[in-house]
Ligand binder design. Structure first.
Ligand code: NAP
Length: 304
């Protein structure tokens, strides 16, 4: 049995692993895909203290190496179900059960879908949720980005370096993302922003060929010929495995305070999956440290 199993190897989970292992706890990190979570798909992170500019994958690999050097073990396998009540926590994965005295949930978020009729069919054939992963396929071509947060703005800037033309389609009249990034978008000649606009259809036989955009102010509709549609409309909590006993907020994020303790003894939440006002790499990493120390107190019986 492990002292602590951390579910999710984004910045929250990896930081938790460093603190947990350094505190002497027998620590396992369970991750279904690869380390880094959303941060690993960021081309450039420029607001993580100490790293004025760093590629997301590079930062993730540094964190993973740091956690391994501290003594944490890794299992790259999906957790399908978690039994979180009781003294022994049980995590089900591929017919096996992993057991721990405490669990830190750091599962983060998953990309929100627009819900268009052809969206699933054309995913991988022009529809994408990750500009840094797929942008290279659109070199010299035309792409559209949907959304008005930091992800959409950063995706637009990334694509503008590759594409001949990038549309940004946003449903409101001014961006939600940081002004510094919005200013860079405004300064790029090959980016055209369509405010107060929504994408209502994506079409193409085998690849994306065009999108339909409706202006929400005057109801006018236009078709834009594009090769790629990048959807960057935020995240939903990745909360499928938790079961019914864990208290979630109305949006599905785990209710936990600054000490990262949930309503279930021995279960802690860290990073984007926790209710919190600011979701950034640095706040996720800070959560990981706090959650690990709360888990340490729980496991060693040093409850406050
Ligand atoms: P976000 O901040 O939640 O923004 C999502 C955007 O998508 C919003 O503009 C929203 O519109 C729009 N949207 C949501 N549902 C939509 C729908 N059905 N149709 C059309 N538009 C829709 O998400 P994010 O940009 O992925 O960022 C997530 C978090 O990571 C944020 O906290 C962000 O600050 C952080 N982040 C930070 C950086 C950085 O610091 N450099 C980079 C990337 C992400 P409304 O505005 O109308 O709600």
């Amino acid at each position: 049995m492990y002292d602590v199993i951390i579910v999710g190897a984004g910045p929250a989970g990896l930081s938790a692993a460093i603190y947990s292992a350094r505190a002497g706890l027998n620590t396992l990190v369970a991750e279904s895909v690869f380390s880094g979570g959303q941060a690993a798909t960021a081309y450039e992170i420029d607001n993580y203290a100490g790293f004025p500019k760093i590629n997301g994958t590079e930062l993730a690999l540094k964190m993973e190496t740091h956690a391994k050097d501290a003594g944490a073990a890794f299992a790259f396998r999906p957790i399908e179900r978690a039994e979180l009540t009781g003294g022994v926590k049980r995590l089900h994965s591929g017919g096996e059960v992993l057991e721990a005295k405490a669990v830190i949930l750091a599962t983060g978020g998953k990309k929100r879908k627009l819900g268009l009729a052809n969206e699933s069919r054309l995913t991988g054939s022009g529809v994408s949720y990750c500009a840094t992963c797929d942008g290279g396929f659109f070199r010299g071509r035309t792409a559209a980005v949907v959304g008005g947060g930091n992800s959409a703005l950063e995706d637009a800037l990334y694509l503008a370096n590759l594409c001949k033309k990038v549309y940004v389609i946003y449903r409101r009249s001014s961006f939600r993302g940081f002004k510094s990034i919005a200013d860079q978008v405004a300064a790029r000649e090959n980016i055209e922003v369509l405010y107060c606009s929504e994408v209502t259809a994506v079409d193409g036989d085998f690849q994306v060929e065009q999108i339909t955009v409706v202006n929400t102010q005057d109801g006018s509709q236009r078709q834009l010929a594009v090769d790629g549609l990048f959807i960057a409309i935020g995240m939903e909590p990745a909360n499928e495995i938790f079961g019914d006993d864990l208290k979630l907020d109305e949006r599905g994020f785990i209710c936990a305070g600054e000490d990262c303790r949930t309503n279930l003894p021995g279960v802690f939440a860290a990073g984007d999956i926790r209710t919190k006002p600011l979701r950034q790499v640095i706040t996720a990493a800070a959560d990981g440290a706090v959650a690990a120390m709360s888990a340490f107190e729980y496991v060693s019986g040093e409850q406050r």
